[in-house]
Ligand binder design. Structure first.
Ligand code: LMR
Length: 399
């Protein structure tokens, strides 16, 4: 018997498999509503102009590929913290933060999950039901217990507020509650300002730790608008964890650029947390990749590049918003009722369609329509022509 002979074959990750299946589909009519990637009206995922300029500057400026250390590209961590906090909170809270660049928000989730387990192995991680498909496996891989809290009512197509509050009441001191900063994945249904206030009170009164996953800043209500509730919470709670991703809002998907940020009670504790984050990184991948962080640093720290980035992001946000309206109108006209109005009022790239797994499979196999297995559709995959084809097919499948 050889060493690997008994290895079990695992199924591929369903979202990543969708990318491959779509690429391999020869149909000229195929529609990609699957993975959460921005697409323009030609189905392309563009490189931001600011990022292209940053690439050129980096190439001209970089003189060595020697090691950089735990913080990766100099200045990147500070720029991310400033971005998350905004000017007012940056002055007030900067020295209470530990920040570490990470390979994507996934890397940040894994490292902060490891930190939580190290500090309180009994901590339960409360996650919205539903949540991003990879949240639960990542936290479980940190040996943490995950717990769902009610979030979205599929039938009512809205937040299940009463049940959500009832579930969150069950969290104990030292537990962690995960919320999506804006543009909830997979439903597009965000918490209201009152819900954020509720979470803030829970943190203050019960000693739970808010954990905010931010992957879509600028693609919901607006660049600063998407951070208003997050900042309101950070302003008053003693502790919080934030995972930030530049995959979507800077289009740096394949570069894996993100950061873990931990708000602590004071500078001295922040220093100790920083040393733990550094050590956790050293024992898994040693140091962060610097290329993507360098690009983000150029874009964030140069006023011209920063303005150009935000302008392009705002255009993307508006395109997504407009598609939401077009999809809602087309579905309402085709079905002759108002059941899809919720799509118009949700945020970010995603909404969920009330489809059974068999219907989703049928749309894929018979019509080359690709969406996530829970009915999540990425609005960016639509164009007016695709909306027409999609609504006609949907009405047939749904009947
Ligand atoms: C998604 O939810 O589709 C994206 O965040 C891509 C991923 O890694 O799952």
């Amino acid at each position: 018997m050889t060493f690997f002979a008994d290895t079990k074959k695992l199924p591929p990750d369903s979202l990543l498999q969708l990318i491959t299946d779509f690429r391999n589909d020869p149909s000229p009519d195929k529609i990609d509503l699957g993975v959460g990637v921005y697409q323009d009206e030609h189905g392309k995922t563009p490189i931001f102009e600011a990022v292209e300029l940053a690439q050129r500057r980096l190439q001209a400026d970089e003189e060595s590929k020697t090691y950089l250390g735990p913080l990766g590209w100099p200045g990147f961590a500070d720029e991310v913290r400033k971005l998350v906090l905004g000017n007012t909170l940056e002055e007030k809270l900067a020295d209470r933060f530990a920040v570490l660049p990470k390979p994507g928000s996934s890397g940040a989730l894994k490292s902060t999950g490891t930190l939580v387990h190290r500090l309180n192995a009994a901590a339960k991680i409360w996650l919205p039901d539903p949540t991003w498909a990879n949240h639960i496996p990542i936290f479980q891989s940190c040996d943490l217990e995950t717990k769902p809290y009610a979030y979205y009512d599929n039938d009512a197509t809205s937040l299940d507020r009463e049940k959500m509050y009832a579930d969150l009441e069950k969290a104990d001191a030292g537990d962690v509650i995960v919320v999506h900063g804006a543009c909830h994945n997979p439903t597009g249904e965000d918490l209201s300002a009152e819900d954020w206030q509720y979470l803030t009170n829970l943190a203050l009164e019960k000693g739970i730790v808010p954990f905010i996953d931010i992957a879509y800043q600028g693609l919901g209500q607006g660049f600063d608008e998407d951070m208003e509730n997050v900042r309101g919470l950070l302003d008053v709670v003693p502790e919080a964890i934030i995972c930030y991703s530049f995959s979507k809002n800077m289009g740096l998907y394949r570069e894996r650029v993100g950061a873990a940020l931990v708000l602590t009670e004071n500078t001295e504790i922040a220093g100790r947390v920083q040393s733990n984050l550094n050590e956790i990184a050293r024992r898994s991948y040693s140091m962060p990749p610097s290329y993507g962080g360098a690009l983000a640093w150029y874009v964030l720290s140069d006023p011209d590049l920063n303005a150009s980035w935000r302008k392009e992001l705002e255009q993307m946000r508006k395109r997504v918003l407009s598609l939401r309206g077009q999809v809602t109108d087309a579905l309402s006209a085709e079905f002759g009722d108002n059941r899809f109005q919720y799509i118009k009022s949700q945020n970010g790239m995603f909404s969920r369609l009330p489809l059974a797994p068999e219907q989703i499979a049928q749309l894929k196999s018979e019509s080359s329509i690709y969406m996530a297995g829970d009915g999540r559709v990425n609005m960016c995959g639509f164009t007016p022509a695709k909306i027409e084809r999609f609504t006609e097919l949907l009405v047939k499948v749904a009947k």
